[in-house]
Design a protein around this ligand. Structure first.
Ligand SMILES: Nc1nc2c(ncn2[C@@H]2O[C@H](COP(=O)(O)OP(=O)(O)O)[C@@H](O)[C@H]2O)c(=O)[nH]1
Ligand SMILES: [Mg+2]
Length: 259
């Protein structure tokens, strides 16, 4: 149980089959967990249809309805921790994140840090086909986060990330309540505050060709207020202690039955 890619989905029937095929076709032993929020377009059925071909590699969790990206990931993280995966990845379904970069993220996480971020804003990274307003929003969000928090991450809203299991085990998910960009920022912020090392590797982020973005005004608002909130907590309310998970799960050891 080495590498698990978590893909949250909401109405991704046009992308899900091809992204899964692209991951498995590489033959690099990545397992995939799709966390679908009961998409009306039948995304989960498309996953089920592939599960026979990829038994033991492709997993599906369906939640009741659209509950946001953040809680979908937390659901996936708990699932992954229970199964003792060593490296746990976040990745979108829409091909903005290139499956071919998974291995580079893995190697960076394994040998250079505890968290590896696929970054648009380090040397060699870029975005392709994004509208100017999405670019401004994303770069502005990154700058805003860096100015307020001083977190040494150039692409704090990035959603293409590899975490060592120990990092996720150390975070108390009950304290992570954001759902959009703020979720991505807070996960990195929490890891950083808990003393883990974050490295960034350059990626090319390409805007989706199929399906629609689930970005909206509330997600932006949450991002602006969310960064203020976590910085406030870390300055005055001992954020580190709050977000630290005091219960680190250990594998169930089955006692040998003698006699
Ligand atoms: N399970 C779940 N997945 C979501 C939700 N919102 C977005 N996603 C998925 O999260 C990924 C990123 O979302 P996307 O709309 O592409 O955001 P953008 O890249 O910022 O425009 C995609 O795979 C979406 O299907 C949600 O509420 N629940
Ligand atoms: Mg997208």
């Amino acid at each position: 149980m080495e590498k698990l890619v978590i893909i949250p989905t909401y109405n991704e029937s046009e992308n899900i089959e091809s992204i899964l095929q692209a991951i498995f076709k590489m033959g690099l032993h990545f397992h995939v967990l799709v966390v679908d929020d009961n998409s009306p377009d039948g995304t989960a059925d498309a996953v089920r249809a592939l599960q026979n071909r990829y038994t033991g590699q492709l997993f599906l969790q369906v939640r009741e309805g659209k509950q946001g990206l953040g809680t979908a990931y937390i659901h996936g993280f708990k699932w992954a921790i229970d199964r003792r995966y060593a490296y746990i990845f976040e990745m979108d379904a829409d091909f903005s994140h290139n499956p071919k970069d998974l291995e580079r993220l893995y190697q960076a996480c394994k040998s250079k840090g505890d968290v590896a971020v696929g970054s648009r804003y380090v040397r060699g990274g870029k975005t392709v086909n994004w509208t100017w307003d999405r670019n401004v929003l994303s770069k502005g969000g990154a700058l805003y986060t860096r100015i307020l928090t001083w977190m040494p991450v150039k692409d704090p809203t990035a959603g293409f990330v590899c975490y060592k299991r120990e990092v996720l085990e150390s975070i108390n998910f009950d304290e992570i309540n954001f759902v959009g960009y703020a979720f991505q920022i807070e996960m990195k912020f929490a890891a950083w505050k808990l003393g883990f090392k974050i490295v960034e590797i350059p990626i090319t982020f390409i805007d989706r060709k199929y399906g629609t973005s689930k970005m909206n005004k509330n997600i932006v608002k949450e991002g602006v207020l969310g960064v203020l909130k976590i910085q406030w907590l870390s300055m005055f309310k001992n954020y580190r202690r709050k977000v630290q998970n005091n219960y680190v799960s250990t594998p169930v050891v089955h006692a040998k039955v003698v006699s």
